[in-house]
Design a protein around this ligand. Structure first.
Ligand code: NI
Length: 161
């Protein structure tokens, strides 16, 4: 899939609600492998399929403890919140201080079509929530007051692969 590249805001695909999958086949496994490669090449720690222009509920993430691949993730958030600055490969140069649940439980389908439920905490929990937002057409700038959207801080955009 060499023609796929990271879609940059305001590409409309980033605003679409992505479609759930019935099952995981070779095509999806190839896509997840390509997503992981693209994520690592862009020095990201998570990527959602809509960021490659594919409006399907698939995410990959690696916050330093190994690669996670999820299809149709359903996230249940714990009450405890934590704050951290987040960036996004689809919003080069933009950073937003984000409040997210510190711990989550995720129900999803893995690459072998197994239904899984797992708990995550810390950075990987944050990344999964960020990617989960992408599947619903939501971006980190949506959490900003309107005036920050109109007048974003100018920062030098990192070079994407
Ligand atoms: Ni993102």
């Amino acid at each position: 899939m060499p023609s796929l590249e990271i879609k940059i805001y305001p590409d409309p695909v980033l605003r679409k609600k992505a479609a759930p999958l019935q099952s995981v086949g070779n095509e999806e496994r190839d896509l997840m492998r390509f997503m992981a490669e693209t994520m690592y090449a862009g020095r990201g720690i998570g990527l959602a399929a809509p960021q490659l222009g594919i409006s399907k509920r698939i995410i990959v993430a690696d916050a330093g403890e190994g690669l996670v691949k999820m299809v149709n993730p359903e996230i249940t958030q714990d009450k405890e919140m934590a704050s951290l600055e987040e960036g996004c490969l689809s919003l080069p140069g933009k950073f937003v201080d984000m409040q997210r649940a510190e711990k989550i439980s995720v129900s999803y389908i893995d690459e072998n079509n197994n239904r899984c439920v797992k708990s995550f905490s810390g950075l990987i929990a944050r990344v999964i929530q960020h990617e989960g937002d992408h599947l619903n057409g939501k971006l980190i700038i949506d959490y900003l007051p309107w005036f920050k959207k109109m007048f974003p801080k100018k920062r030098e955009a990192p070079c994407l692969q």
